[in-house]
Structures are given as structure tokens and as C-alpha cells.
Write a protein that binds this ligand. Structure first.
Ligand code: AVI
Length: 331
């Protein structure tokens, strides 16, 4: 089956937006950096390692839901065209792809469009899927769904008839700030048509005794993942961060219902970011926020989706009720 690739990002997109984010984040108070910059080659490998940690339950819990309920989910969505946002390796999506293929009548076409910022992840996933599922129509789109969501979804529907199921897995929605999330949901809603549906993987609120170790594991992999963002800024913007000047912190913020990852200066630190011609000072104990990971209740998701113009169409959790996969349709 033919593969199609589209690139919606300008050549210098990554450099430009990293520079903007670093300048804005390190000159604000408190200091912040957006989590999307964790994922260079080393960061992506560390994240893969995180997903295999005993403390980091979200990955295994979501996979359990998809393996147990893929046929039911695809039946409820009744779509033969999957579109995945932030598709990465597409590994967990295979359960959904297989369920779509199993229910696609002969003579009809099943399709999968992967949308991600990483060219290498898109190509590796497409090669793997093409070999596994020769009858699947495959399309890869390199886009930043934070800014280019409408455009990434608006491209033509090709020869596939019927609705599309847009899939956003991994709990990544929790890494968006509440205003970004509201914007994301309304943009998504306006890109969907009757017959389309949206499938979301979202982590659930639970005891901090489970949540905090998931983001501060005994082996220190999450700490290395968090600290690696300093190396990303060093490598890409000529900064002179020394990771030994910072320590990893993960705290549960009960008021906002999110985990916050931070990097705390262990002493007074002066940093120069050469490419931005920027000097930044950290006082000892000052914290740089690098990620929020929001956790949800069913009620909260329902309220946010209704606000954005969606109706609930399905709800699944793993057997231990730690993680949710939910289906939403345009109201
Ligand atoms: C990608 N995202 C859903 C992960 C999370 O759980 O928020 C990123 C992560 N951060 C620390 N561990 C994993």
C-alpha cells in the first residue's frame, strides 16, 4: 500500500521555537521550560526506559486497556481511519489498527495517519507498520499539533470513506497547561465532522504514594530524563549548564491535581546561553519547572469535553483503575 509523507514544519521550526521557549522561560519568574524539549535522542531513550520502570504505571496500564478493549473501542467509534497525534513509535496503537483491520469489510480501505514532530520516529514507525500491515493505507505528517493541529487534521481524507478516529494516547494531554488544553480541545472539536470521534488516554488522580514514585523512581531514570533537558539547551543553544548544579524534584500539587517536575539549583548558579546572548542566575534552592503532568477524574474530563462541544461515548480503565481511555464525539 502506498505511503504518503507530508511535512508541515518549516526547516528551522525546532531551533526557532526552542530559542523562544528558553528565552521566555528562563527570564520569567518562576523559571519554566516546556516539557517538549525533553525528547532529543537521549531524552527519548530515557523516556522509553521510564515506560519500563516498575513505578511508572501509566504506560502498562494504558496498554492493558488497549489490548483488552481495542475491538470494543473501535466498534464504539465505528471508524476505519485512525489519526494519531504524537504517534511516536505507534507501538500501542497497533491494537487499535488490528481491530480496525479486522472490522474493515473486503473492498473497503483501512487507514492510519501518524502525526508527530519527529521525522525519525515517523519513518521508523511507518516502516514497521508497512511491513506488519500491507493492506493498511499509511500516511505520516510531521507537524506540531500544539500549533498546527487544525492544519494537520484538515488535510484531505483520501480514498477512505466514513469517519475518522483521532487518537491521543499516553496521558500526554496532562502535560498541557489548563489553558493550552482548553484551546487544544476547542481546536480539535472544530476540526472534527459528524461521524468522527476522539480517543484519549488520560491518567487518573490517585494517592501521592503511587504518583510521586512514578515521577521520582528509585533507579533515578526520571531524574536523568529531567536533567537531560539542560544538555539539550547546552547542545542546541550553546549554554553552559552543569547538570551537577541541579537536582530533580517531583511534587504532587493537590490543588491543581498535577505532578510537577522541577530542577532545583543546589547552589547559586550562573549560566550563559551563548546563542541567545543571555545570562541567567539561579539562587541556591531556586526551582525551574520543567513539566506538569495533570491527573484527571472522569467528572473533570466530562466537564472539560462538554465545555469544548463533545459528548461522552465510552470509558475504559485498567483493572486497577489507574488510567483511563475515553471516547468522545462531536456534540
Ligand atoms: C509523556 N508524558 C505523558 C509523560 C508523563 O507521565 O507526564 C512524561 C513523563 N515525565 C516524567 N515521566 C514521564
Amino acid at each position: 500500500m502506498a505511503q504518503r509523507h507530508r511535512d508541515h514544519l518549516p526547516e528551522d521550526f525546532s531551533e526557532r521555537s526552542l530559542a523562544q521557549d528558553v528565552r521566555a522561560g528562563l527570564t520569567s519568574s518562576p523559571k519554566t521550560l516546556p516539557p517538549k524539549w525533553f525528547y532529543d535522542k537521549v531524552g527519548s531513550e530515557l523516556y522509553e526506559e521510564i515506560t519500563r520502570l516498575p513505578e511508572y504505571y501509566p504506560f502498562a496500564a494504558e496498554r492493558e486497556i488497549l489490548l483488552d478493549h481495542a475491538a470494543e473501542i473501535v466498534g464504539a467509534a465505528s471508524c476505519r481511519h485512525l489519526v494519531e497525534l504524537g504517534s511516536g513509535s505507534s507501538e500501542k496503537t497497533r491494537a487499535l489498527i488490528e481491530a480496525v483491520l479486522a472490522t474493515t469489510p473486503e473492498g473497503e480501505q483501512a487507514a492510519y495517519r501518524a502525526i508527530d514532530v519527529s521525522d525519525s520516529a515517523l519513518h521508523a514507525a511507518a516502516d514497521d507498520l508497512a511491513a506488519r500491515y500491507p493492506t493498511l493505507a499509511l500516511e505520516t505528517v510531521r507537524a506540531d499539533f500544539e500549533h498546527g493541529l487544525a492544519q494537520a487534521l484538515a488535510v484531505d481524507r483520501g480514498e477512505v470513506s466514513g469517519g475518522r478516529l483521532v487518537v491521543f494516547l499516553g496521558g500526554t494531554i496532562g502535560n498541557q497547561a489548563p489553558d493550552q488544553r482548553a484551546h487544544f480541545l476547542t481546536t480539535l472539536r472544530s476540526a472534527l465532522q459528524p461521524g468522527d470521534a476522539f480517543l484519549l488516554g488520560a491518567d487518573l488522580v490517585k494517592s501521592p504514594d503511587v504518583l510521586v514514585p512514578a515521577y521520582d523512581d528509585a533507579a533515578g531514570v526520571t531524574a536523568a530524563f529531567n536533567l537531560n533537558v539542560l544538555e539539550v539547551v547546552n547542545g542546541r543553544l550553546g549554554a553552559d549548564f552543569d547538570a551537577a548544579d541541579f537536582r530533580h524534584v517531583a511534587v504532587w500539587d493537590a490543588e491543581h491535581a498535577w505532578i510537577e517536575m522541577r530542577l532545583e539549583a543546589v547552589r547559586d548558579v550562573h549560566v550563559r546561553i551563548a546563542d541567545l546572548d543571555l545570562e541567567v542566575d539561579f539562587a541556591a534552592s531556586e526551582q525551574l519547572r520543567t513539566e506538569i503532568s495533570a491527573k484527571f477524574t472522569r467528572e473533570r474530563l466530562q466537564a472539560e469535553f462538554e465545555q469544548a462541544g463533545f459528548a461522552a461515548a465510552g470509558w475504559w480503565t485498567d483493572r486497577a483503575n489507574r488510567f483511563s481511555v475515553s471516547l468522545w464525539t462531536p456534540a
